[in-house]
Design a protein around this ligand. Structure first.
Ligand code: KG4
Ligand code: ZN
Length: 348
């Protein structure tokens, strides 16, 4: 009989407007590890930032500073673990808002120092990608990752754990940012992604004409700022904007972004032949994107496996950071001061 070997990892995430602390137990005696989420605490600041229409960095940092210890206490209590039972601390070191990141990394470094535990700094985007391992096992490489979040829109080829190649990225606005700005133009509130997708359910396609930026471009780069400008002009051209016009614009906008994302993803499969395609990041919670990408994969590359995290692991959370910590644990250090916070790191 194989002896069971477990590892408990504490994850901390404060790159934007969620203070998140999680503890995962990893069963490592398997061919492919099994992750058990013992606690997944997320304290969202959405309501605080909503009145400003976006995240205010200094306010975010103040909230993280206030909430990080209560979140840690709740995560430890829910997991029913003591500090001695933690084997590794994983913390988001970037990219993100520097004032917000510093709260998480400082807390993690202090814990690592006081508890005498190894610590590892995690790339937030890698964290979003690793979120796919929380509920799936034996994911086959190479993996094509479509990363769609508030700050990033990227196609990443993952050839092994910790090995990422950036194939393309947005040249201006990120997709989530485009949803948030469009929502503001349509007066639908913040965060824009859930608001736009909710309103779009009542809309019909084809009422308005919107561009599909860079859809025919040979590169794997994206651009969404022109789409936002087109919406602004559309809104200005309407004498009075009714709820049904809002729904039609939201529907068309959402479809324009989905068309571009799908087209580029399928094009990348024709060049890189991935065994798996995964969706990652906050915008991966978009139901239409989840569904339509699945249909396109089935139609064009039906042998390629398609995975996405469940909704609670799409948005920022610390379980994904802890899982990333497991796969990249060989980079951990016993000297907490070696972990460098970096607001602008890129995945590859
Ligand atoms: O990954 P995330 O939680 O934070 C960053 O790393 O940026 O992503 C947040 C973004 C926001 O822009 C939000 O509007 C968007 O994800 N989002 C959505 C949906 N839910 C959240 N966008 C489109 N459809 C959704 N259902
Ligand atoms: Zn994120």
């Amino acid at each position: 009989m194989t002896r069971s070997t477990n590892m408990n990892i504490l994850g901390i995430e404060t790159s934007c407007d969620e203070t998140a602390v999680a503890i995962i137990k990893v069963q490592t005696n398997q061919k492919s590890p099994i992750f058990h989420v013992l606690s997944n605490v997320v304290s969202s600041q959405v309501k605080l930032h909503a009145k400003y229409g976006g995240v205010v960095p200094n306010l975010a940092a103040r909230e993280h500073a206030k909430n990080i210890i209560p979140c840690l206490e709740e995560a430890m209590e829910t997991a029913k673990l003591s500090s001695q039972q933690i084997d590794l601390i994983a913390v988001t070191r970037g990219p993100g808002l520097i004032s917000a990141l510093l709260i998480g990394t400082s807390a993690a470094k202090s814990l690592a120092y006081a508890w005498q535990k190894p610590i590892i700094g995690i790339d937030h985007i890698a964290g979003h990608i690793y979120a796919n391992w929380i509920e799936n096992r034996n994911i086959e490489f190479p993996i094509l990752c479509l990363v769609v979040s508030g700050g990033h829109t990227e196609l990443v080829l993952m050839t092994d754990y910790g090995k990422f190649e950036l194939l393309g990225k947005t040249r201006d606005d990120a997709i989530g940012e485009a949803f948030d700005k469009t929502s503001r133009l349509l007066e639908l509130g913040y965060p824009g992604g859930p608001a736009i997708s909710r309103v779009a359910e009542n809309g019909t396609l084809g009422k308005f004409n919107l561009p599909r930026p860079m859809i025919h471009d040979k590169s794997f780069d994206f651009s969404f700022s022109g789409l936002k400008t087109a919406i602004r002009e559309l809104v200005i051209s309407q004498k009075k904007i009714t709820d049904s016009t809002r729904a039609e614009i939201a529907k068309e906008f959402q479809q324009a972004t989905i068309d571009v994302l799908i087209s580029k993803t399928i094009k990348a499969t024709e060049k890189y032949y991935p065994k798996t395609i995964i969706l990652a990041g906050g915008v991966a919670a978009n139901k239409e994107l989840r569904k339509q990408l699945g249909i396109a994969i089935e139609k064009n590359v039906s042998k390629t496996k398609y995975l996405m995290p469940s909704l609670k692991f799409c948005a920022d959370n610390a379980s994904m950071v802890a899982v990333a910590g497991y796969f990249e644990r060989y980079k951990a250090t016993n000297s907490p001061w070696d972990v460098q916070t970096d607001a602008n790191i890129t995945i590859a």
